[in-house]
Design a binder for this molecule. Structure first.
Ligand SMILES: [Zn+2]
Length: 273
C-alpha cells in the first residue's frame, strides 16, 4: 500500500509532466472506486490547466485553474501513470486523462480502494477524508512533546498509535515498523510505557526515515509505481518489514513477525525491547 514516501514520489514524478499543461478531457471507465466516481464533477476538468501538485498525508492534490482541486488517494494498489497515447487499455485502467499536448495519464487500480474526487479549493478542508488528519510527519510541530502527549493515557500498542492518521498523517505499516526498528522499541509495547526521551527520538526518527525512503523513491513490493511506471528501491533498505526469518541487519538475531490486531508487525527480539 502506498504510504507517504510513495505518494510524495508520485507527486514529484507527475509534476514535470502535468504542471502548466491543460486537460483536454477525462474519461471514466469504471466508477466503482472506494467512493463512486462523479463523472459530472470530472467533466468540469476539461479545459482546466494544472497549476500545482502537492501531497497532504497520503493524498495527492492536483490544483487546477478556476480553484478546482482533484483529490486522489491511491488506496491499496492505485497507480497514476503516464502512458504513450493510444496504448491499449489494460484491465483495471479506470480513469483516462487526456492532455491538450497529446499526452495521456491513467488511473489504474486492481483493488479499487482508491479515491478520485473533485472539489473547490475553499471546500478542501471540509472533505471528511482530510478533515480529521493529524500532523504531517514533516511538520516542525511534530515534536517529542506532541507524541508524548498522545501516549500518556494510551493503552494501545505503539505500532498502532503510529498508524493512527488522526495523530500522524501519512505513516502506514511499513514505515511504522521501520521507525520502531531504528529506535529499538518492540512494536507491541504499550504506548503509555514510552519515555519522554523515546518520544523525542521518535519525533526525530520519523521525518529522517521518510526522507531517506523518498530519496530511494519509496518501497515497491508489488503494485506501487511512480508516474513513469518505475519501481521504488527502499525495499532493499528495510530492516524488519516483511523480513520474517531473515537476519537482523544490526545483530545476529532473526526477525520475527507477530500479529497486532489484524496486521503483522516485524521486529528483532534482541535489538527491540
Ligand atoms: Zn537485531
Amino acid at each position: 500500500m502506498p504510504e507517504l514516501p510513495e505518494v510524495e514520489t508520485v507527486c514529484r514524478s507527475l509534476r514535470p509532466h502535468l504542471v502548466g499543461h491543460t486537460i483536454e478531457r477525462v474519461e471514466v471507465l469504471e466508477r466503482r472506486l472506494r467512493i463512486r466516481v462523479d463523472e459530472t464533477a470530472l467533466a468540469q476538468l476539461s479545459g482546466k490547466s494544472i497549476v500545482e501538485i502537492r501531497r497532504t498525508a497520503k493524498y495527492i492534490l492536483i490544483s487546477l485553474s478556476d480553484d478546482l482541486v482533484w483529490v486522489f488517494h491511491l488506496g491499496m494498489s492505485g497507480k497514476l501513470i503516464r502512458v504513450e497515447p493510444n496504448t491499449a487499455r489494460k484491465k483495471h485502467d479506470h480513469i483516462i486523462v487526456y492532455l491538450c499536448n497529446g499526452s495521456e495519464f491513467r488511473y489504474h487500480d486492481p483493488r479499487r480502494f482508491g479515491i478520485a474526487l473533485v472539489t473547490r479549493k475553499e471546500r478542501l478542508h471540509e472533505l471528511p477524508q482530510l478533515r480529521y488528519l493529524g500532523i504531517d510527519p514533516f511538520d516542525p510541530d511534530l515534536t517529542g512533546e506532541y507524541l508524548f502527549h498522545f501516549t500518556r493515557s494510551s493503552n494501545r500498542r505503539i505500532r498502532d498509535l503510529l498508524l493512527d492518521q488522526r495523530i500522524i498523517a501519512g505513516l502506514g505499516n511499513i514505515y511504522a515498523n521501520e521507525i520502531l526498528a531504528r529506535l529499538g522499541i518492540k512494536p507491541s509495547t504499550r504506548a503509555c510505557r514510552l519515555t519522554r526521551k523515546q518520544a523525542q527520538a521518535m519525533a526525530r526518527a520519523i521525518p529522517k526515515l521518510l526522507q531517506q525512503a523518498i530519496r530511494w523513491c519509496g518501497t515497491s513490493f508489488s503494485d506501487y509505481r511512480d508516474a513513469d511506471d518505475k519501481r521504488g528501491e527502499f525495499q532493499s533498505h528495510l530492516r524488519v518489514y516483511d523480513r520474517e526469518g531473515g537476519t537482523c541487519r544490526v545483530c545476529p538475531g532473526v526477525i520475527k513477525r507477530v500479529a497486532i490486531g489484524n496486521r503483522s508487525a516485524f521486529y528483532c527480539p534482541s535489538c527491540q525491547k
